[in-house]
Design a protein around this ligand. Structure first.
Ligand code: SF4
Length: 511
């Protein structure tokens, strides 16, 4: 639909002789998916939501020709009269702090000049001309940035391990293989602001002493792949990738590798094995990738969102970044909010924001006035957060303390009608499908758990099934080789912890 809206806009601008005066910019996602397609008219910043082809005539003739903002209903607003508010006036946006998503919805991702106009590549220039590699790593350490892909490992520390290795060949890798059901944070950055990733990876290359990077991106993201490819070519043309970046003698190149959609390839050693051209199976650690990673060379791997923060941290400083968030979780986190919520979409909030604020103030609450029951955070590796913890600050440690986890940022909201046993089964089916089969605890153990869950949901559950699930979960978590298996039981454990009565009701009532 957005393509048709754009075509109509082009036609009408031409017909009204506005084509020289008004520029149409095709941006990445604004984040407010529930209200798309979205058109924002600058300089007013007036946002039109759910735009149909039939609406374009009015926007062109009233707003662009006569300067009168067309009255339309904005997300979260009750009265059409309130429509003249600017983008910043909308609750969905005004409660966010956009660092990783700073350019998404703002610039044309296929035009490097627009990225440069918003301070793009200034951070790369700064590190290459003013900073030593160890100073860059120090800034990363002081900023407190932790990996946004799930584990939350401190980025600066990871870089320092790779930097300490003495080796002529090192690699910088990016995990853009986002596989959690309902998660699309990385996709949005790739589609809306691919140069921020390129710039950050070049900075990482300089910091650890690497001249080659790889972006591992799932092939199911064709627009992201295309825009990243265009961005890499433009960066090469501008001398921002290649043999002699900005005339400083620093060399760094970037290649894309396509993943075939295996969830396990989000695990760092499996991802590297896949880049090497083998079946994407995890390898035992140690050795860790910082010592022996891609092709046995020292390598770092960060995900797209982590990288997207880095140019801003370099330009604004570690102190600025670490002033946002909580004591142990600095900066912001992007969440893909979906499920039973009014404003589905992508939000970026400071760490420490409560789940209630995300669900009600930004997400607009639950449709049809229903009650919030729980939110599944962290996808199939995470756990559910029940209503009693709505006021918990969202940060790495608080979530772990209640049996959930940050994960990569998938946030699926469930209302009072949701059966939590079904939810647990859904996520376990996913991990059973995605298990690579290399180690028995995960290959066999998760299947046994799924059999038990299936018989419970089919009304054939038996006394003692819940305890069997708990025991299997404990063993799989301890014995599985990689993160996929180690975290696969989490959705079951957290739903048993908070909604044991639902499991018992299924078993007792045989339904
Ligand atoms: Fe493969 Fe599962 Fe073992 Fe990981 S835990 S290596 S996904 S079988």
């Amino acid at each position: 639909n957005s393509v048709k809206v754009m075509e109509e806009m082009n036609t009408l601008l031409l017909a009204n002789k506005l084509d020289k005066e008004v520029q149409i910019v095709k941006t990445g996602c604004f984040g407010l998916c529930a209200e798309g397609p979205i058109v924002v008219v600058y300089p007013e910043g007036a946002m039109y939501t759910r735009v149909e082809v039939s609406d374009v005539k009015e926007i062109v003739e009233e707003h662009l020709l006569k300067g009168r903002i067309v009255k339309r209903l904005l997300a979260g607003e009750k009265e059409a009269e309130d429509i003249s508010k600017s983008l910043e006036g909308v609750d969905f946006f005004k409660r966010q702090t956009r660092i990783a998503l700073r350019n998404c919805g703002l610039i044309n991702p296929e035009n490097i000049d627009e990225y440069i106009a918003f301070d793009g590549y200034k951070a790369l220039e700064k590190v290459l001309t003013e900073m030593k590699p160890e100073e860059v790593i120090d800034v990363m350490k002081q900023s407190g940035l932790r990996g946004r892909g799930g584990a939350g490992f401190p980025t600066g520390l990871k870089w320092s391990f790779a930097a300490q290795q003495v080796n002529d060949v090192k690699y910088v890798c990016c995990n853009a293989d986002e596989g959690d059901p309902g998660a699309f944070m990385d996709r949005s950055v790739l589609e809306g602001d691919p140069h921020s990733l390129i710039e950050a990876m070049a900075i990482a290359g300089y910091a650890i002493g690497s001249s080659q990077g790889f972006v591992y991106v799932r092939a199911e993201y064709p627009i992201a792949v295309k825009r990243l490819q265009i961005a890499i070519e433009q960066a090469k043309e501008y001398g921002l990738l290649g043999d002699n970046i900005l005339g400083t003698g620093f060399k760094f190149d970037l290649e894309i590798r396509l993943g075939a959609g295996a969830f396990v390839c989000g695990e760092e050693t499996a991802l590297m094995t896949s880049i090497e051209g083998h079946r994407g199976e995890p390898r035992p650690r140690p050795p860790f990738p910082a010592v022996k990673g891609l092709w046995q060379k020292p390598s770092i791997l960060n995900n797209v969102e982590t990288y997207a923060n880095i140019p801003v941290i370099i330009l604004k400083g570690a102190e600025w970044f670490s002033s946002i968030g909580t004591e142990k979780s600095k900066g912001t986190k992007v969440f893909a909010i979906g499920g039973k919520i009014n404003n589905t979409g992508l939000v970026e909030v400071p760490m420490g924001t409560t789940l209630r604020e995300v669900v009600y103030d930004i997400g607009g609450g639950i449709p049809k006035g229903k009650k919030f029951k729980a939110a599944q955070m962290g996808g199939p590796s995470g756990g559910c957060v029940p209503a009693e913890h709505l006021d918990i600050p969202i940060d790495y440690d608080s979530l772990l303390s209640i049996g959930a986890m940050m994960g990569s940022g998938g946030l699926i909201v469930m209302d009072e009608d949701t059966c939590m046993v079904d939810i647990a089964k859904f996520f376990l089916e996913f991990t059973v499908d995605e298990s690579c089969g290399k180690c028995p605890p995960c290959r066999i153990g998760t299947k046994r758990m799924l059999e038990i869950l299936t018989r419970i949901t089919e009304g054939k559950g038996e006394e003692g099934d819940i305890e069997k699930l708990e025991e299997l979960a404990k063993n799989i978590k301890t014995a599985a080789l990689c993160g996929l298996g180690q975290t696969a039981p989490n959705p079951i454990l957290s739903t048993i912890r908070y909604f044991r009565d639902e499991y018992e009701a299924h078993i007792k009532d045989k339904k």
